[in-house]
Design a protein around this ligand. Structure first.
Ligand code: HEC
Ligand code: HEC
Length: 371
């Protein structure tokens, strides 16, 4: 592994070091049978992840929007791709993304492998015309051939091989060993008294646990389900918009690609899970976010509409925003200002020391043209 991965995740013979607080058995279980891990594949995936030549004008890589200098996310409200084109959704962190049951805010990609193919051909992100162009670009770069040989046993470069390598790299991008993990492991001094009161509120009056579920075997603070908590889809014309979206998707030749492009258009983007399922109850529903390292990945929500964690708490305290498809689990919380602060204190205990260190020691990605 190169020095971009600062902690020795890959021990001898690929005995991966799973950070404290994360379930090693689940990690192993989630490695797909048809894409086994190997050190060679991971290091190829890492190179591809950071390679700006995968975008049409050679200025944007995966790392541009999922940058180690910003906890494998960015601090923009919405993703900014080639030529500074803006999408409509906030870039989530890639850290622990392998534990997502489905990928993206609306779950439209089932696996990391499928996910990785989409930004490359997305017109507002990396802008390649189709996957053949990407494959040609990687074939042109002679240094890749031996790397594909060591990763896959041959030099045949395909979009599937590219996606498999990137996904393998992503499965090494883990975050754990936070003060909260040490507290749960028995170190009572690992977090402050205010944060402990915040954790009690999280489980009690705050009702967070009902969606941001936590337990030792699934310690990611998400139920991985989709809820409309009123961040979007509040407009009167949302039903008309929903009808229009169904039409566009059913008429499109490539449904995955049409859906992917609609998610980047303001208005349509707010339909959330509905774009994937076509079920009216999914209008405005988005995936419950994982909360590890949340302090480092502002702004918040699928559209980056909340600037700080205190803003998020104020949003929940007023009960979210009522709209036609509002989740039944939402209601005003009647928390006092000091209690809101305690909940923010609690969320800050979910930051991994390693992730913070890596942020401080990584040079931010630039948008210079790659040669
Ligand atoms: C222009 C910025 C941009 C680029 C470039 C980009 N992404 Fe993303 N990424 C985003 C945004 C925005 C989302 C959320 C989109 C959505 O959910 O509709 C996202 C979502 C994801 C997710 C899903 C995470 C989750 O919690 O659901 C993964 C994984 C991911 N990207 C990996 C990658 C990889 C791998 C690449 C390179 C092949 C890449 N991204 C390129 C902005 C970007
Ligand atoms: C009814 C389910 C539900 C409840 C209850 C709930 N959340 Fe959420 N949370 C979500 C969903 C869904 C999202 C994403 C919503 C969106 O972007 O549209 C989210 C987003 C967030 C985010 C932003 C994450 C990011 O990466 O941008 C934070 C922080 C958060 N919730 C914290 C909390 C806290 C703290 C509580 C308790 C006070 C709570 N949530 C209660 C479902 C819920």
């Amino acid at each position: 592994m190169s020095d971009k991965t600062p902690w020795p995740l890959l021990k001898k013979k690929f005995q991966i070091d799973i950070p404290k607080g994360l379930p090693a058995d689940l990690w192993a279980e989630l490695i797909p049978k048809d894409n086994p891990m190997s050190a060679a594949k991971v290091s190829l995936g890492e190179k591809l992840y950071f390679d700006k030549r995968l975008s049409v004008d050679r200025t944007v890589s995966c790392a541009t929007c999922h940058d180690p200098a910003t906890a494998l996310a960015d601090n923009n409200a919405v993703g900014i791709g080639i030529k500074s084109l803006k999408g409509a959704r906030n870039a989530p962190t890639v850290l622990n993304s392998m534990f997502n049951e489905l990928q993206f805010w609306d779950g439209r990609a089932p696996t990391l492998e499928e996910q990785a193919k989409l930004p490359i051909i997305n017109p507002l992100e990396m802008g390649m015309k189709d996957h053949n162009v990407v494959v040609d670009r990687v074939r042109e770069a002679a240094e890749y051939r031996p790397l594909f040989r060591s990763a896959f046993g041959n030099e045949t470069i395909t979009i599937d091989a590219i996606a498999n390598a990137i996904a393998a790299f992503e499965r090494t991008q883990l975050s754990g060993d936070s003060p909260f993990d040490r507290f749960i492991a028995g170190d009572n001094n690992a977090i402050s008294d205010a944060a402990k009161r915040g954790w009690d509120l999280y489980n009690g009056q705050g009702r967070c646990i009902s969606c941001h579920a936590w337990n030792a075997s699934q310690p990611f603070f998400s139920d991985f389900k989709f809820h409309n908590i009123g961040v979007a889809a509040k407009d009167q014309n949302i039903t008309a918009l929903a009808r229009k979206a169904r039409q566009l998707i059913s008429q499109g030749r490539n449904k995955t690609q049409v859906t992917d492009e609609l998610t980047l258009r303001e208005g349509f983007s707010e339909l959330g899970r509905y774009l994937v399922t076509g079920q009216p109850r999914d209008i405005g529903a988005f995936k419950t976010s994982m909360l590890r390292d949340i302090e480092l990945t502002a702004p918040y929500m699928h559209n980056g509409s909340e600037k700080t964690l205190l803003d998020v708490m104020k949003f929940y305290n007023k009960g979210g925003e009522i709209n036609p498809n509002f989740d039944g689990g939402m209601r005003p919380l009647k928390l006092t200002d000091p209690q809101l602060d305690e909940m923010v204190e609690f969320m800050k205990t979910l930051t991994s020391d390693a992730t913070r260190r890596r942020m401080q020691t990584s040079k931010p990605q630039t948008r210079d043209v790659a040669r």
